[in-house]
Design a protein around this ligand. Structure first.
Ligand SMILES: Cc1ncc(COP(=O)(O)O)c(C=O)c1O
Length: 401
């Protein structure tokens, strides 16, 4: 039997995640790694979570080891509504649904909103997991350039209009407005309002993916209020996550959407997994109740700010002429555009073999079929400041060769 011939059109569309395919190269032990876009395990509150988990299973085992409602733990939903009010967002419980990570949220929302062939605008570059979810649902992805302060509403408008002139209507825009993965870029407050206005004018959904918004470095300059906070029509679907502020292993995240859409997402989730882990949600809820989360976030900002500084200083000192890089004010990533002629995909094997340094080549983050391969995503989350300095110096030596 030729099983290939029997696959659904959905299965035929599926593509592997390009970063996961590089894992044999980038996950070698001992390597100085700028590759994984993951939080530093040093920051995990391991002891506190162990204690909370132990107590929860002992005292509330019948509840936390059981199936739960698809929407998610009601206490946690209410706590997140409170948490979001700190980001200028007034959220009602009926607008919220908890998911097993934002990645599940992106997959469910793509399936709920996207019809095969629908056009979706995506930042150049953008998060590979978001690109995969939209692609798998059949979206046709159209890349839009970013400036230093994020997407340009005027160029989006011309793109929408030139597509409309060819009879194509844009369905949605996918954006990561704060300390974007992979570029580290943040969308300015002014542009957020302009984007929402555009979305209203052309009747477009905005998918606002915001796992890094709390990780700003300067406490005097928090990240701008989410686009969702300005949305009165229910055209923004917002994705928040505890992965980067608590621990990704707890797989706890949330979506805020118009109640009608939230109900559809709930039905899609019912078919996907019935409910997310009740134990994980109860742990997060307990962390919140004990005020652990709020204190931790302040520490994380300081922790990542030092690492980012180490990377920017090392680039300043060693980067070759012709290289450019972003200067993020939060998050986990710096984006490096090397001098023309550099092939980052080839450079990766040499960096790993000769210098013991790993990074992620930038090309898979672009939805356009570009030829240039001179961009690199450098995550500063995983290594100590000293190792960051050493790794960047070595990488720059290789770039100069
Ligand atoms: C922009 C973006 N969205 C979503 C995710 C998925 O996060 P989660 O762990 O909540 O599934 C990530 C993870 O790195 C991300 O960078």
């Amino acid at each position: 039997m030729k099983n290939q011939d029997h696959l659904s059109s959905f299965a035929r569309r599926l593509r592997p995640n390009a970063i996961r395919r590089l894992s044999h190269l980038i996950n070698r032990p001992g390597m100085i790694t700028f590759a994984g876009g993951v939080p530093s395990p040093e920051t995990f509150p391991t002891e506190e979570i162990a204690e909370i988990a132990f107590r929860l299973v002992r005292e509330r085992g019948a509840e936390v080891l059981q199936y739960g409602v698809t929407r998610g733990n009601r206490n946690l939903i209410e706590q997140i509504c409170g948490y979001m009010s700190g980001r200028s967002m007034k959220v009602l419980p009926e607008e919220m649904i908890l998911t097993s990570g934002s990645q599940q949220g992106l997959d469910l929302v793509s399936r709920v909103l996207i019809e095969p062939g629908d056009l979706v605008l995506v930042e150049l570059p953008s998060y590979i997991g978001g690109i995969c979810a939209l692609h798998n649902a059949g979206a046709e992805l159209v890349g839009v350039q970013m400036a230093e302060d994020g997407l340009e509403p005027s160029s989006i408008q011309s793109q929408i209009e030139s597509l409309a002139a060819g009879g194509r209507r844009v369905k949605a825009l996918y954006t990561i407005p704060n300390f974007q993965n992979p570029s580290g870029i943040t969308l300015s407050a002014k542009k957020r309002a302009a984007l929402l206005e555009l979305a209203a004018r052309y009747d477009i959904f905005i998918l606002e993916d915001d796992p890094y918004g709390e990780l700003y470095f300067d406490s005097e300059q928090p990240s701008p209020a989410p686009i969702k906070s300005l949305d009165e029509e229910g055209r923004v679907v917002y994705f928040g996550s505890f992965s980067k502020v608590l621990a990704p292993g707890l797989r706890t995240a949330w979506i805020v959407a118009d109640p009608e859409i939230a109900t559809r997402i709930e039905m899609a989730k019912e078919a996907a997994d019935l409910c997310s882990s009740m134990l994980d949600q109860a742990i997060v809820s307990e962390c919140y109740r004990q005020n652990m989360l709020q204190g931790r976030i302040a520490q994380l900002r300081a922790f990542y700010s030092v690492r980012c500084r180490a990377m920017l200083d090392a680039l300043e000192a060693h980067a070759p002429a012709g290289a450019h890089w972003t200067r993020p004010t939060g998050g986990l990533f710096v984006w490096l555009e090397a001098q023309a002629g550099i092939a980052a995909t080839e450079l990766l094997s040499r960096a790993v073999e000769q210098e013991g340094v790993a990074f992620v080549p930038g090309r898979p983050f672009f939805v356009d079929e570009r030829k240039e391969d001179n961009t690199l995503r450098l995550a500063f989350s995983k290594e100590t400041p000293e190792r960051i300095a050493t790794g960047i110096e070595r990488l720059c030596t290789l770039l100069k060769k």
